[in-house]
Design a protein around this ligand. Structure first.
Ligand code: SF4
Length: 574
């Protein structure tokens, strides 16, 4: 569906395009910078390893494969290098997009394109979720690229390249082309990315995945996934590959077909890669899948535990996390040689006052050294946002409530160094619990979990539990990167008197557990570099936010509606 957007008249005059989109145009693809203050931005780890950033901009590489192949592409990832004026000057078309944390960067590229009179098209999850913010772009190509880029190109052929292009529906991703991995300098990245599925069968209230990609996960064929891996292999890439799926096991029937093919492909090439991905906790009830994941050399899994309280999980529409005891599930996953990175969320309406204690205890008891704790965020398009809008509780970044007739939008700081991710941002709504109490909890959780003694204690427990049996054997260049990174981290941490004792004791204990386990210990010791720095930065940001937070009276919503106390004492699961 093409609808002419409210484009500015001066844009129409400034930019010119050939009549056909199949002319040999120069296309600049820009991936805006991710905030430095993010839990997920392991820039210090990348730096000691000689890499520039974490994951590949997979969306733009896929887009490049969908756009006319007559075009000449240049990728500028602002996480690995600067966008120069010359890059913009040379381009005929600029494509930019990304997530909400990249919003300021996307707008900046639109501004620069306008300054040089260049045609700019935007897409990706934030423009799809809140297109009104991006009205200054020439073309807004919303939704998934496979079905909506053709709508844009067709309109362009008919003489209307400007406007809003959407409505193509959810594509069959078995027809999605291999991403143009050749456009990226692979050695700048900590890991390469691939995608085998989109969507998730669950419907957690706070998550916008199902609104964007649906509840019936669509999957690529095993041959297609292996073909994509083959392209990375042929480009000389070796090492870590992340499956950037919403939930890798969302479609179990397909993953049961994929994994044997993947194991076979990896074995035949002597395991050039090891893998990470995101899964729901019910993986623990699938021993065969876990065996196969271990056989393919999956090492790191992210899973959203969200809360240690059953009642909170039910209210957040995540009952899948309550079906079996958490302790038993994490232990089973660990026993299959899979390391778990956990996601927790603070700020739910029925969260009890002991939420911080329960999260800290849960991370400790389940040997979870890497735990991401977010402040609940009402993301555009999520069910949570719709509910909070109906209750009149959504807030803008200045803390003002949106009026009933005001459309909700989530604006981030324009400067990337001021953008906070969900670890220190979030709570963009009137909370049921006292706001300052939630922030105090978050400060205590971050301070406690990433205290060196506590982190190393959880790390040694994880190393002892996880029978790490790597299939991928690093080549000389990978080994050199790992060793030099480890040496640099060891030197940096040894200069910190309050940390070095814990660090060396942890490594000594790990060494006694055998070389396979020591490899995992060395990886954890290296990433502590990030947590050591992040703890300081995050606590600064959280304290600043806490000090600036106006006293907030808890809304009487829950008490009024249920007749119960707004913060009931509930059982701690794990
Ligand atoms: S399981 Fe994960 S991806 Fe699926 S809806 Fe819940 S939070 Fe979103």
């Amino acid at each position: 569906m093409h609808s002419g957007g409210p484009q500015k008249a001066h844009r129409m005059l400034n930019t010119s395009l050939p009549r056909s989109p199949y002319a040999p145009l120069r296309c600049l693809l820009v991936s805006p910078e991710f905030p430095k203050n993010s839990f997920w931005n392991w820039s210090s780890v990348c730096k000691v390893r000689g890499e520039k950033t974490m994951g590949l901009p997979l969306g733009l590489l896929t887009l490049a494969a969908i756009l006319p192949q007559e075009w000449q592409f240049q990728l500028v990832d602002q996480n690995t290098g600067a966008l120069r004026d010359d890059d913009i000057r040379r381009a005929d078309v600029i494509c930019v997009g990304g997530m909400t944390v990249q919003q300021g960067g996307i707008l900046d590229v639109i501004r620069k394109a306008r300054q040089y009179g260049k045609f700019v098209a935007v897409g990706g999850t934030d423009p799809t979720s809140q297109p009104a913010i991006y009205q200054d772009a020439d073309a807004l190509v919303l939704g998934e690229a496979e079905t909506n880029v053709p709508i844009w190109l067709k309109a362009w052929e008919q003489g209307s390249p400007r406007g809003v292009f959407q409505g193509g529906g959810a594509p069959d991703i078995t027809a999605s082309p291999v991403p143009r991995y050749d456009l990226a300098r692979l050695k700048d990245y900590l890991y390469a990315s691939i995608q085998s599925s989109r969507g998730c069968p669950y419907h957690c209230e706070f998550c916008s995945v199902t609104e964007l990609f649906g509840r019936a996960p669509r999957t690529k064929t095993p041959e297609q996934v292996c073909r994509e891996l083959g392209v990375l292999f042929d480009l000389g890439y070796r090492g870590w590959v992340d499956f950037a799926d919403d939930n890798f096991i969302g479609n179990k029937k397909s993953v049961r077909q994929l994994l044997p093919a993947l194991v076979d492909w990896c074995k035949r090439r002597k395991h050039p890669f090891f893998f990470s991905t995101e899964v729901s906790l019910n993986l623990a009830e699938e021993p065969e899948l876990m065996d196969q994941m271990a056989a393919a050399d999956f090492r790191y899994l992210f899973t959203g535990i969200e809360s240690a309280q059953e009642e909170v999980l039910h209210a957040a529409q995540k009952p899948i996390n309550t079906q079996h005891p958490l302790r038993q599930r994490i232990r089973r996953i660990h026993e299959h040689g899979l390391f778990v990175t956990a996601g927790f969320v603070l700020g739910f309406d029925n969260e009890p006052e002991n939420a911080a204690d329960s999260i800290i205890a849960c991370a400790k008891e389940n040997a979870l050294p890497v735990a991401m704790v977010s402040l609940l965020t009402a993301a555009p398009l999520s069910q949570l946002t719709r509910r909070l809008a109906a209750e009149g509780r959504l807030m803008d970044s200045a803390g003002n409530l949106f009026g009933a007739d005001q459309p909700f939008e989530m604006r981030t700081a324009e400067r990337v160094d001021l953008v906070l991710d969900q670890t220190a941002g979030g709570l963009n709504f009137a909370t049921a619990r006292d706001r300052k109490a939630i922030l105090r909890d978050q400060i205590r959780i971050i301070d406690t979990l990433y205290d060196p003694a506590n982190f190393m204690a959880r790390a040694i427990e994880a190393v002892a539990r996880i029978p790490h049996a790597p299939k991928h054997k690093s080549g000389w260049s990978e080994t050199w990167v790992d060793l030099t990174a480890f040496a640099r981290v060891a030197v940096a941490i040894s200069r910190q008197p309050e940390i070095r004792g814990h660090f060396w004791r942890f490594l000594g204990q790990s060494w006694k557990l055998g070389p396979g386990r020591f490899a995992l210990a060395a990886a954890l010791a290296t990433i502590y570099m990030h947590f050591m720095e992040m703890r300081v930065r995050l606590l600064e940001n959280l304290h600043r936010r806490y000090d600036g937070e106006a006293d907030h009276q808890p809304l009487p919503l829950i008490a009024a509606e249920t007749g119960e106390d707004a913060t009931p004492e509930v059982a701690v699961r794990c």
